[in-house]
Design a binder for this molecule. Structure first.
Ligand SMILES: [Zn+2]
Length: 212
């Protein structure tokens, strides 16, 4: 579903949801379609996110696409000025990790005719709006909210629960913690409210959380 491309205009598309909801996979799918259509695509991701690969975006299901790691949104703008030809599509993964300076850039790009597709967590592990995503959702032309599967009850999951095993050492109160499978799991609203029940968590880890 990419109706705006037919109109040859700039657009902001936001793909949001909890962890394990397939956001990156959906981002890669859209960017690949743009490449097949011979559009010039540039993909950025925050340089702090080096979970899998420095120069590629990799989904949990091992879909991948080349990307440029950047420390901040200003570096995205600089990278764009270095291109020989103007870019037509800009992809951004893990957009929640960028600060609010991303917002006017995204709007300017879209206003100048570029298709911007950004994926990111809409909420942190406490269920609070995360980084620039809430603002981007408000100004977006197209919003896709993805769902994971609650590891406790199987319901559609909209929350990312932080969970710890006893052997894990973690910084307390740290919001930015990149490392999916060990530290977080997908929860529905009801099971997220229950918080971390250690006994339940250990049992749930026997079933690997997967992207659906
Ligand atoms: Zn649940």
């Amino acid at each position: 579903m990419e109706p705006f491309r037919l109109m040859r205009m700039g657009v902001i598309e936001i793909i949001c949801g909890p962890m394990f909801s397939g956001k990156t996979e959906e981002l890669i799918r859209r960017l690949r379609r743009a490449k097949i259509a011979r559009q010039r695509v540039v993909v950025f991701k925050p340089s702090l996110d080096n979970r899998y690969d420095e120069i590629q975006i990799v989904s949990h299901s091992d879909q991948r696409i080349p990307s440029i790691p950047v420390e901040d949104p200003a570096m995205m703008e600089y990278c764009l000025t270095q291109l020989a030809l103007p870019v037509e599509v800009i992809g951004i993964d893990e957009a929640q990790f960028f600060d609010s300076s991303l917002i006017p850039l995204v709007e300017n790009w879209a206003n100048s005719g570029i298709r911007v597709v950004a994926a990111g967590l809409d909420q942190d592990y406490l269920g609070q709006p995360f980084g620039p995503i809430p603002h981007l959702l408000a100004i977006a032309d197209m919003v896709t909210k993805q769902y994971a599967v609650c590891v406790l009850c199987g319901a559609p999951a909209t929350k990312s629960q932080r969970v710890w095993a006893n052997h894990q050492k973690t910084p307390s109160g740290e919001k930015i913690l990149v490392g999916a499978h060990d530290a977080y799991e997908a929860r529905c609203r009801g099971c997220h409210v229950r918080g971390v029940d250690k006994a339940v968590v250990v049992a749930s880890h026997e079933n690997e959380t997967t992207v659906v």
